[in-house]
Design a protein around this ligand. Structure first.
Ligand SMILES: [Zn+2]
Length: 434
């Protein structure tokens, strides 16, 4: 009897495959290779809470199966070992506020991106942004609105999940909700231009728009509870309390959290009372509002990097000129939020500045806002995972997804180490390897 394997050409084929295996497993940037079992031996492991020297992490398939002191982790013969000398292994970082469909405003203004760039161009860019985000060590991103690119984030997420393009796991918000007349772009009053988010008003209108977004794939509902009604104006509240309550009730019934863009005390107050889970920006938050956020368990995603970038786009020569009022205000409000004990989510509003530069938010929080490197690391891993209800990631422990990143040095002491990404693993597949 002749077995399949005795056929000479098959033998040759199998031999060749084995010979090529090391090449097949060698990761190219952005190309995934899956190993069945890998033991990662870094200098230390940050598990989402604290640093452990001498720990190893065992990955099988797409899961972490063991993490602990090297002597306590037993490994089967034939397990591949990856030495990560001088490196710290972290849970894959979680970006809390991105716009993959935007690119920096100093390249093209927000108005021009929304008005003049085709959907095809924007999606093509977004695929490159997704890859840069992942290779920077961010294996998950909460993408808070397509800003005029419709429901393109849903397809982008599908392309990533299906392995068509490399990118982070996404939580998407689709179009986001704005009150009629409150958003942009604003051209001549005689010209109707597509807006950067979905306009909805009144009980029936906001409920319908919320359901439509969820039906088309929104993981989170984003609402703008305040905005500038006109160019050069300060932000003022937009949706009524009743409208915000209905949006939250409708989303909650469908198992979706609501997040609010809000920077004024009244916009923040209405959103918090309605039951949103995070406030985005919060620039003019007061001690009273932060106390309310603390009471209601609402987290603040401060996006300091966006204000820092926009101020520089507007001409601020950082380090030479005095601080703009906007930055001064931000410093005061963040200090008040910290004093009130508000929980922070880590998110930079990346897209306003370059994708892949996500660590900028963490650097600024440490260097200019008084956070410790350990605090921002906890926020970007276990903290964001908890706030975003991602129970399968954000920490390094047995049973969680094998979303792992290594960096040279110790980022719990020096935030700059986050720029030295050596290894990126998502779902057990290697996207970048030292
Ligand atoms: Zn944003």
């Amino acid at each position: 009897m002749t077995t399949l394997y005795s056929k000479p050409y098959l033998k040759r084929f199998l031999g060749l495959t084995l010979l090529l295996l090391p090449q097949l497993l060698r990761a190219q940037p952005g190309i995934a290779t899956t190993a069945t079992s890998t033991l990662l031996r870094p200098a230390a492991v940050f598990d989402g809470q604290e640093l452990h020297s001498g720990w190893v992490v065992l990955v099988t398939g797409n899961k972490i199966v063991a993490a602990g002191p090297a002597a306590q982790v037993s490994v089967l013969a034939g397990t591949r070992t990856l030495e990560l000398t001088g490196q710290t292994l972290l849970p894959g970082l979680i970006e809390g506020h991105s716009h993959l469909l935007l690119h920096p405003y100093n390249e093209t203004s927000w108005n021009d991106q929304v008005n003049t760039e085709s959907l095809a161009l924007r999606v093509a860019r977004a695929t490159a942004h997704a890859q840069r985000t992942l290779l920077a060590g961010f294996t998950t991103a909460r993408d808070l609105g397509t800003e005029g690119a419709g429901f393109a984030d849903v397809g982008l997420k599908q392309a990533i999940d299906q392995g068509i393009i490399p990118g982070p796991r996404l939580l998407v918000a689709t179009r986001a909700l704005v009150a009629s007349g409150s958003y942009g772009p604003k051209l001549s009053v005689d010209v109707e231009v597509p807006q950067g988010a979905q306009e909805a008003d009144g009980p029936e209108g906001v409920v319908r728009a919320t359901r439509e977004q969820i039906g088309k794939g929104a993981d989170v509902v984003k609402v703008y509870s305040d905005y500038r009604w006109g160019k050069g104006e300060p932000s003022r509240p937009t949706f009524s309390q009743e409208e915000l309550n209905l949006i939250v009730q409708t989303a909650r019934a469908a198992g979706r959290p609501v997040v609010a863009h809000a920077s004024t005390p009244e916009g923040m107050r209405r959103a918090v009372l309605a039951g949103v889970e995070t406030i985005e920006h919060g620039d003019a938050g007061t001690p009273e509002i932060f106390k309310l956020m603390k009471q209601r368990g609402v987290a603040l995603c401060p996006t300091v990097a966006a204000g820092d970038a926009v101020s520089q786009y507007l001409g601020w020569r950082k380090g030479q000129d005095p601080e703009p009022e906007r930055i001064r205000e931000k410093r005061v409000s963040i200090a008040a939020a910290r004093k009130a004990g508000v929980t922070f989510a880590m998110g930079g509003d990346v897209g306003v500045f370059a994708h892949g530069d996500n660590a900028r938010e963490m650097e600024l929080l440490v260097r200019e806002y008084g956070f410790t490197p350990l605090e921002v690391l906890q926020e970007a891993t276990s903290g964001n995972a908890r706030i975003f209800h991602l129970t399968d990631r954000g920490s390094i422990s047995a049973g969680l997804l094998a979303d792992l990143v290594s960096v040279t040095g110790d980022p719990t002491k020096d935030v700059a180490a986050l720029r030295q990404v050596q290894l990126v693993m998502k779902d057990g597949a290697m996207y970048k390897q030292p």
